[in-house]
Design a protein around this ligand. Structure first.
Ligand SMILES: Cc1ncc(COP(=O)(O)O)c(C=O)c1O
Length: 390
């Protein structure tokens, strides 16, 4: 094993000002859902350009609340991509809906707008789908504009799972999270993501009704606003108007989120530099395919995923992962296509081969380290280890 420090596939970047912000929040009067959360939400709106933000406990809770806030009848159909973390599809199940998948685009690894259109065209007119959840895989927002157009044509609501892409911009220059192409956009602030609150997430929207629903559902469906109540017993009175959850996030995390958000553009710029470095180093390697780089937009770059030709190097993925790990380099496989998970197979009867592009992508994928704290020397170590595989 290498004696040099271990380089994981992703990690948080915590600096002194983050520590200071957390210390201040920790010794404040209110340490949960106090002023730091409201300020974090305002900062998220200012950064993304959306009108409303609701900060929640994690990205999964953000997806769950987003789906619920639409108020669709149970049994509605939601369409997403198999190349995502299980949380995206699970959010539909939590709300009692039926998850369906459409395949990814072979170049972008995101939901293919063509496959979505085909799916909708071939579905029965009275039971097509009600909501579509595109996922910005690795930070890539490609296809979202087209998906939004298709959704409008067929009357579908759109929730963008932007867990990977805060800090990115669309082709028109608007920021991910502005909800320019969707009803709601969700973020995850898990430590491997582009910015972190430890655990955390947020939902962005421009719709005041959705915002009200999201705020209600975040705290048990309870309102304390006298103007929203059906009766009022006094100043202690609160009213439960829907079945909600405790999906709140602490002020301590809000303070960290605010501090991280101030540096997000720097984090994204550093990630882009590292991506450029990898792309240059691997451009002419015949057994590697570098990730699609959209020429016309800024990418949040959560992950750097290579496609390997295992046969060409005569080694399988476990061998490659073990070999680079020996040199102190982590790697990860993202994502196992959701429809191949036993739960989804057994409950919905999905089969191998149902979404062949996502399955082939998965067979060949390996993410290598990408995070803003990586030094030039760290990156050279990773590049050398990968190039030495063959
Ligand atoms: C695409 C995607 N969706 C949803 C989630 C869920 O986010 P969280 O881990 O914050 O609940 C993640 C995080 O792993 C993710 O990568």
């Amino acid at each position: 094993m290498s004696t040099e420090s271990f380089l994981p596939y992703g990690r948080q970047q915590i600096e002194q000002d983050d520590i200071d912000a957390v210390s201040t929040a920790l010794t404040a009067e209110l340490i949960t859902t106090g002023p730091e959360i409201a300020a974090f939400e305002a900062d998220l709106c200012e950064y993304t350009g959306a009108r409303y933000a609701v900060a929640v406990a994690n990205g999964t809770a953000a997806l769950h609340l987003a789906v619920l806030a639409l108020g669709l009848p149970r049994g509605s159909i939601g369409v997403t991509t198999p190349n995502t973390f299980v949380a995206t599809a699970n959010a539909l199940l939590y709300a009692g809906h039926t998850p369906r998948f459409v395949d990814i685009d072979a170049q972008t690894y995101c939901m293919s707008p063509e496959c979505l259109a085909e799916f909708l065209d071939s579905a029965p007119e009275d039971n097509r789908a009600d909501v579509v959840l595109p996922v910005h895989f690795a930070g890539n927002t490609a296809g979202v504009e087209a998906i939004s157009d298709i959704a409008k044509r067929y009357g579908l609501r759109v929730i963008e799972d932007a867990s990977h892409s805060i800090g990115g911009k669309y082709r028109d220059g608007s920021r991910v999270g502005s909800c320019r192409y969707s009803d709601m956009t969700t973020f995850s602030f898990h430590p491997v993501k582009t910015m972190t609150t430890g655990e955390g997430g947020a939902i962005m929207t421009n719709d005041p009704d959705l915002y009200r629903q999201l705020m209600l559902l975040r705290t048990h469906g309870i309102t304390r606003s006298p103007e929203e109540m059906t009766q009022n017993h006094g100043i202690w009175y609160y009213e439960m108007q829907a079945l909600g959850f405790n999906y709140r996030i602490t002020d301590i995390q809000g303070a960290l989120g605010r501090s991280q958000l101030r540096k997000l553009d720097r984090f994204v710029a550093r990630r882009q530099e590292l991506v450029d470095g990898y792309n240059k180093a691997f451009a002419d390697v015949p057994w590697l395919t570098t990730p699609w780089v959209e020429p016309d937009r800024q990418t949040g770059w959560h992950l750097y995923v290579l496609q390997f030709d295992w046969d060409a190097i005569g080694q399988d993925r476990p061998t490659v992962m073990a070999r680079i790990r020996e040199q102190g380099i982590g790697s990860q496989v993202l994502y196992i296509p959701v429809h191949t998970q036993p739960y989804y197979r057994e409950t919905y009867g999905f089969l191998d081969g149902d979404f062949p592009v996502a399955e082939t992508y998965y067979e060949n994928a390996l993410a290598i380290p990408l995070y803003p704290g990586m030094t030039a020397e760290d990156q050279i170590r990773v590049i050398t280890a990968v190039l030495n595989l063959a």
